[in-house]
Design a protein around this ligand. Structure first.
Ligand code: C2O
Ligand code: CU
Ligand code: CU
Length: 492
């Protein structure tokens, strides 16, 4: 009996000290510190000029500027067609789009179209550098289901810095299914670009990045607005959430406990809306939700702390105030996407990727001239990702996937739709059914990587080629070093 009691007390002590030990890592929070004084900024919709063949031409100019985030304090920032963030691009499935991406910064950068299915040479990854003063002009035809995509730089070794300083924007794709949802941009279709920041005492963005994940901020900007509120005027509002943070993950919910209808994941609408009261997004992920409001009510969109590292932090994001009279919205349709779920054939190729603490994938750091995988264009495969340490996520360019399972179990309800980026919890195995893009190109690689930008910059990234099926063994997995496109990468 005595020994049992002894062991019991020992266990109790371990528990108490163990918990105290965990408590060391205090939850970072802004709860109670905000006043919700600033009207939420809505990024402008960029008007295209229409070419003779109907092509929509857009111009994006990367530039530096100053932005007032904290009241009365100016910060040096970067932006696209403005001083911080960029305009929203909107196009429909079937549209031809063309861009002039002008680099008015004094350093080279790129613009990558995250989530877009397009030829590899238009992807805007680390091989499509735009020198200071130069213009890059990609074009393609939008051929994928409706989605909330985004664009951001992808300079190898510098992505974290370029995004953190403000280079990012939304790219919305419409199709016949998405029109069933509230679609009046800025009225009942509201983008929410969520980013955490560290500020210096004079209101500048601090680039202090002393965690394994890089910069983890203690303040939040939504669409570049500090301390924001939003007045809504419709009884149902669609929010498009984008986690454009360098590292932080958010568990979104409302302080009054209300539920919402999740209607889309990263790469498209769900088949049917799902009623939830939490959705988690790691960096790069998107979700769309429809929230119902009663006249005059108020709630706060909050991110709840659900763990350590990138999930540690409780943040008020946005106060939402419903007008005393609301226009009545049509209820969300029971059937949303008509695109069939991604299924892999029985004999689908399985590829394994091991993510480790040293920011490596399959024990390798990214190399600009090494091809890691060769994939037949237009095929479906199973990609199995194992995480052996820290939190990571996994993004694949020019692809959409569905999560098959996490440690053998069905994924949570909020991530069962089409995606292009997925959280990979520490110590877990996540299996994906991946549908690859359709443009074979044996000389321009696409990327897969951790979207925690510090990890990506550190080399937690690999390159794959999409090739004409049957030619996999004929392509070179070594890219020419002297190729003009690869010159800018060696000085990191
Ligand atoms: Cu959002 Cu490879 O990037
Ligand atoms: Cu991407
Ligand atoms: Cu990572």
């Amino acid at each position: 009996m005595k020994t049992y009691k002894g062991i019991f007390i020992l266990l109790l002590l371990l528990l108490v000290f163990g918990l105290a030990g965990c408590g060391d890592e205090k939850t970072v929070t802004n709860v109670g510190k905000l006043h919700f004084e600033n009207p939420l900024k809505i990024p402008q919709l960029l008007e295209p000029t229409i070419g003779n063949d109907g092509t929509k031409h857009f111009t994006l100019t990367m530039q530096s500027g100053t932005t007032e985030f904290l009241p009365g304090k100016m910060a040096d920032t970067w932006g696209i067609n403005g001083s911080y963030l960029g305009p929203t691009i909107k196009a429909s499935r079937g549209d031809k789009v063309a861009f002039d991406v002008v680099n008015h910064l004094d350093v080279a950068s790129t613009i990558h179209w995250h989530g877009m299915k397009l030829p590899a040479v238009m992807d805007g990854g680390p091989h499509q550098m735009i020198e200071a003063g130069e213009t890059w002009s990609p074009n393609w035809t939008i051929d994928q289901p409706a989605a909330t995509d985004w664009y951001h730089p992808h300079v190898h070794g510098k992505t974290a810095q370029h995004v953190y300083r403000g280079l990012a924007g939304l790219f919305l794709i419409d199709d016949k299914d998405s029109k069933k949802l509230p679609s009046d941009y800025g009225v009942d279709d509201i983008p929410l670009i969520v980013q955490d920041k560290l500020f210096t005492s004079d209101g500048q963005l601090s680039e202090k990045d002393d965690t394994t994940f890089g910069t983890l901020g203690n303040e939040i900007l939504v669409n570049g607005t500090y301390d924001p509120f939003l007045k809504v005027t419709a009884s149902q509002v669609r929010f498009r959430l984008l986690n454009a943070s360098n590292a932080r993950a958010y568990h979104f919910g409302f302080t009054d406990g209300r539920s919402f209808q999740l209607v889309a994941n990263d790469a498209g609408l769900l088949q049917k809306p799902v009623t939830l009261n939490r959705v988690m997004l790691s960096p790069g992920e998107r979700a769309e939700m429809v929230v119902t409001f009663k006249p005059g009510e108020e709630t706060i969109l909050r991110s709840y702390s659900e763990g350590s590292g990138i999930e540690n932090g409780e943040f008020d994001l946005l106060k939402i105030v419903a007008a005393s009279k609301l226009t009545a919205s049509t209820p969300v349709a029971g059937q949303l996407s008509t695109v069939p779920p991604i299924e892999v054939p029985k004999d689908a190729r399985v590829r394994q990727f091991k993510m480790t603490m040293e920011s490596m994938i399959n024990d390798k750091k990214m190399k600009m001239n090494r091809i890691d995988e060769v994939v037949p264009a237009g095929t479906r495969e199973i990609w199995e990702i194992d995480n052996f340490g820290w939190s990571h996520n996994f993004h694949i360019h020019d692809a959409a996937f569905q999560v098959l399972d996490i440690n053998g179990k069905k994924p949570p309800e909020y991530e069962r739709g089409r995606k292009d980026t997925v959280f990979i919890p520490n110590g877990s195995t996540v299996r994906l059914a991946v549908e690859f893009g359709n443009y074979p190109d044996p000389s321009h690689p696409l990327m897969y990587h951790c979207h925690i930008l510090r990890h990506e910059d550190d080399g937690m990234m690999g390159q794959f080629l999409l090739v004409e099926p049957g030619t996999e063994s004929q392509v070179s997995t070594q890219l020419p070093k002297n190729n003009h496109e690869y010159q800018h990468t060696n000085h990191h």
